[in-house]
Design a protein around this ligand. Structure first.
Ligand SMILES: NC(=O)c1ccc[n+]([C@@H]2O[C@H](COP(=O)([O-])OP(=O)(O)OC[C@H]3O[C@@H](n4cnc5c(N)ncnc54)[C@H](OP(=O)(O)O)[C@@H]3O)[C@@H](O)[C@H]2O)c1
Length: 264
């Protein structure tokens, strides 16, 4: 599945439901970066009549967006009780979500830096990558099920990374980030298989956004040619285009920003 340039213009939020039928969406990890750009672009369309967005930092720009359709909820994805409580809070207002995009991820944070060699491997650091990048997503998949058990078409997408592809790893380094994204891919692929029974209308996928200009990639952008460094707006347009073209048979797959399937 390859998408041509024409899909990149404008925001398309086509879940192949009636174009006029409103949808309810949830963006997890919307405090900055790609998640925040998803919120802004979804609010520019009239397809979304309810948008839930989670954040950690109360100083986030997200909380300055004034739109009656938006409800912001605090959530640390490493704390299962918070995930359960957030899903329950959403359930008090709606019984259905049609679009869920998990944008949570870390590559560096304070003293945590991606490992260049085995000498830098530390078990606590590896655990932290897994807690944030892998385990949070599958806990979300566990607790969100009641909101995806309905008869409308729905999408549950998680942002992964191409460097999590085992088959595509020709460079090495970044042990924790790579391994936690590879684990994420397996956890979400397995979720897709279970959801075929429990939430059969939900397409479950992982996405590679392409190198995008956010605080996550900023220290590592030096060797990225300008045409390969996307703005968050471009990334979100491209990913929404991929989502708009998904078929039921795509569930469980790992897609790049251009609609190509990536190797595991
Ligand atoms: N940018 C790229 O080039 C690139 C390339 C490939 C893949 N990705 C992936 O794309 C996704 C989005 O990244 P981004 O570039 O937008 O980076 P970002 O701007 O750093 O955004 C990451 C988001 O994850 C949230 N987060 C981190 N730890 C969390 C936790 N424990 N609980 C809840 N939220 C948490 C952050 O919240 P706070 O704002 O509170 O920190 C932030 O909203 C990530 O999964 C990343 O791995 C990015």
């Amino acid at each position: 599945m390859i998408y041509s340039e024409r899909f990149y213009h404008g925001v398309r939020v086509n879940l192949q439901r009636e174009e006029t039928t409103p949808i309810s969406a949830l963006i997890v990890g919307a405090g900055q970066g790609i998640g925040l750009a998803f919120v802004r672009q979804l609010l520019q369309t009239d397809r979304c009549d309810r948008l839930y967005a989670t954040y950690r930092n109360p100083q986030s720009e997200l909380l300055t967006i004034a739109d009656a359709r938006l409800r912001c909820l605090p959530l640390d994805l490493t704390v299962e009780d918070q995930i359960a409580a957030t899903m329950q809070a959403i359930q008090t207002e709606t019984s259905k979500l049609h679009l869920v995009i998990n944008c949570v991820g870390i590559l560096h944070q304070d003293s945590l830096q991606p490992e260049k060699s085995l000498r830098q491997i530390q078990s606590e650091q590896l655990m932290h990558y897994f807690r944030v990048n892998s385990i949070g997503a599958v806990l979300l998949a566990k607790h969100i099920q009641p909101l995806l058990k309905h008869r409308d078409r729905a999408i549950f997408a998680t942002i992964s990374a191409k460097v999590g592809s085992i088959g595509d790893n020709h460079l090495g380094g970044w042990y924790g980030y790579r391994a936690s994204k590879a684990a994420l891919n397996m956890l979400i692929r397995t979720t897709a298989l279970e959801y075929k029974r429990t939430c059969p209308q939900t397409i479950v996928i992982t996405l590679h956004p392409g190198t995008t200009d956010t605080q996550l990639s900023r220290p590592f952008q030096r060797n990225v040619p300008p045409e390969k460094l996307f703005t968050v707006d471009r990334t979100v347009q491209q990913l929404l285009s991929v989502l708009s073209q998904l078929q039921e048979s795509d569930s469980g797959e790992f897609f790049s920003w251009d609609g190509n399937r990536l190797p595991w």
